[in-house]
Design a protein around this ligand. Sequence first.
Ligand code: CTP
Ligand code: ZN
Length: 153
Amino acid sequence: MSDHELRVSKIRDGTVLDHIRAGQALNVLAILGIDGTGGETVSVGMNVPSDRMGRKDIVKVEGRELNQDEVDVLSLIAPEATINIVREYDVVEKQYLDRPERVVGVLSCPNHDCITNADEPVDTEFEVLDDGVRCAYCETILREDLAAHIGVA
Ligand code: CTP
Ligand code: ZN
């Protein structure tokens, strides 16, 4: 794409999630808790041509930077994404994700009988599998909709 046809505008301050696997943009928005009602300005590109990936998705969130929990869960569903922190129009930081081996204290276990859902001072802990995550305490496997399980119950 030539310089004079920018598909999604540059942002002044915020976060650009680039090189998201095509088709994952809506899951990324779910992880960030963005459904349009929060008032943030968000631009989404889907199936945008990319030299490196053929097609990619891209999400730009203005006025917001991500916290580590969000980055951890993002790395599960979009490990190839690049996180660009933009300030005053410049990319001031570029973060490459790494698929973690385990995520602690980020996802809640869907099993009501799990010790992490009892009134005990236990952090949730999930081992990362190829196609999901497994609770380290009760072995419940979570494959879909990780976004709905963010946050400790
Ligand atoms: N970007 C933006 N607004 C800015 C600056 C950058 O939306 N003010 C976007 C760019 O459009 C690009 C991403 O942030 O999608 C990363 O910008 P940059 O590092 O300048 O681009 P590249 O060098 O192409 O990045 P990479 O090497 O990660 O592909
Ligand atoms: Zn459990």
